[in-house]
Design a protein around this ligand. Structure first.
Ligand code: SF4
Ligand code: SF4
Ligand code: SF4
Length: 454
């Protein structure tokens, strides 16, 4: 049995004070200094951890505690009712509708600790929403993790294969294999690192992303000629590029007329190269054509908010593409990557359930380095956290921590779904419930058509 894949995480504190969700406002006036102060009972040691910082805040004013999980224990139990909980207005202003403040904050926590995020106040939100929130996973077939922990004896593998697969094996008369088996590259996570959607990272950040990918055993898509010689690099070749990736194991071409001829030329000097073609997620007919022409893999992309060119959410567009490849009888031959708007570990699993083999992640790598998705950098305005100038080890640890936390959550979800192999997640729609389908098939016959309330 192969060695278990394990991601070693190390706590890596933030460089800047994170913007927290809950503020506990502590009106110190009239504090009775009782012996059983509720602050000592905080399960998350918020007051202990904050002690140093609070010493530098004016004594007679409110105190904002950014690590508070909102369990309300201290607010309810203070004998004098001195504590009040508020939602931090700076937090509410962070991010946008897709890259929400909750996603940014939870990503910071994961990058700092390498742990699965928890919420002390339970889940307060709705049970369905747009995009990935309209997919529920079926957690009804639990394997060992509940008894043995997610890193216990029962091995749940997150490895996937990248490359073209033959549909049959042929043998010579003497029993030896006749089929020329195409190159397969195994990655231990169904995740590779994408190019950034709104700007190229600085040389320091790019190097850190590459080194984190090396540590994790995955790949980075890059068009930086200084980085393409690295083992973890997956060169991106634009339609105007003159040179071919001579030494890489994986490479990605932008779709263009004659792209398969370019790939053929590259493979003549590097026969073990696995060639991926990048194309818009909605280009279903073209995707089928490329697989029939011999592409080893496809990278189908939505925009960075998860919308395909036809307006469909990435989850629906991936299902359409997966089904089209099945209908054409070519789905098993090709590796399908999907990218755009994937911000949480659960999105990785859900994209695979919709039909992808693996995903490409981008913005969360920046958020791991404390990016606030303010988009100042797109307008030439100064970055509030100086992201371009990060320390190398800090950046590598934070990215590895984030992937460690995602890996743990993938194991939890797969364990609860009764799936021990990430390879089996592809298109496994029987483990997912799509709210729109449920509503159409179950509720519509009883309650009629949904009316959107404005
Ligand atoms: S429980 Fe309330 S009143 Fe008592 S010491 Fe703590 S903050 Fe002051
Ligand atoms: S609300 Fe809960 S988590 Fe927040 S400071 Fe009070 S006891 Fe700690
Ligand atoms: S300016 Fe800095 S914090 Fe804001 S989006 Fe750009 S990199 Fe992120």
């Amino acid at each position: 049995m192969p060695a278990k894949y394990h991601i070693q995480t190390h706590p890596e504190p933030p460089r800047h004070k994170p913007i927290g969700k809950y503020c506990i406002i502590d009106w110190r006036e009239d504090c009775s200094a009782c012996h059983n102060c509720v602050k000592r009972e905080c399960a998350y040691s918020v007051y202990n951890d904050e002690r140093d910082r609070l010493q530098h805040i004016a004594e007679d004013y409110v105190e904002y505690l950014y690590e508070c999980k909102g369990c309300l224990c201290c607010v309810q139990s203070c004998t004098k009712g001195l504590l009040t909980q508020q939602v931090n207005p700076e937090y509410l202003a962070m991010g946008d509708d897709v890259w929400t403040a909750d996603i940014i904050s939870s990503t910071w926590f994961q990058a700092e600790t390498g742990k699965i995020p928890v919420s002390g106040a339970g889940y307060p939100g709705p049970f369905r929403g747009p995009g990935f929130d309209s997919i529920l996973t079926d957690m009804s077939e639990i394997v060992r993790p509940t008894r043995d922990g997610i890193h216990g004896r029962e091995y749940i593998s997150t490895h996937v294969d990248v490359g073209r697969k033959p549909m049959k094996l042929e043998f010579n008369a003497d029993g030896t294999l006749k089929t020329d088996f195409p190159t397969q590259v195994e990655i231990p996570l169904p995740v590779i690192f994408n190019m950034m959607p709104w700007h190229s990272p600085s040389a320091k950040v790019s190097q850190a992303i590459l080194d984190a990918a090396n540590e994790l055993g995955t790949f980075v898509i890059t068009d930086d000629p200084m980085l393409t010689a690295n083992d973890a690099a997956m060169p991106h070749i634009s339609k105007d590029a003159k040179s071919e990736p001579a030494i890489s194991r994986l490479a990605q071409w932008n779709d263009c007329p004659g792209v398969m001829d370019k790939i053929k030329a590259a493979k003549s000097s590097n026969p073990s190269l696995v060639a991926i073609v990048r194309l818009p997620l909605e280009s279903v007919g073209r995707a089928v054509e490329l697989v029939k022409a011999g592409a080893d893999g496809l990278h189908a992309y939505a925009d960075w908010e998860g919308a395909a060119g036809n307006g469909k959410h990435i989850s629906i567009a991936v299902r359409d593409l997966h089904h089209a490849l099945i209908a054409a009888g070519v789905r098993d031959q090709v590796t399908l990557f999907a990218s755009g708007g994937i911000s949480l570990a659960e999105h990785v699993i859900k994209t695979l359930l919709c039909g992808a083999d693996a995903i490409c992640v981008d913005v969360p790598l920046m958020i791991a380095l404390e990016c606030r998705v303010c988009k100042n950098c797109t307008q030439g305005i100064k970055c509030p956290i100086g992201l371009a100038d990060v320390d190398h080890d800090y950046a590598v640890h934070r990215i590895v921590n984030l992937m460690g936390a995602w890996h743990s959550q993938m194991l939890e979800m797969m364990g609860a779904m009764g799936i021990r192999e990430a390879r089996r997640l592809r298109g496994e729609a029987g483990r997912a419930m799509f709210f729109d389908d449920l509503e159409r098939d179950c509720f519509a016959p009883v309650f009629g058509k949904r009316v959107e309330v404005k």
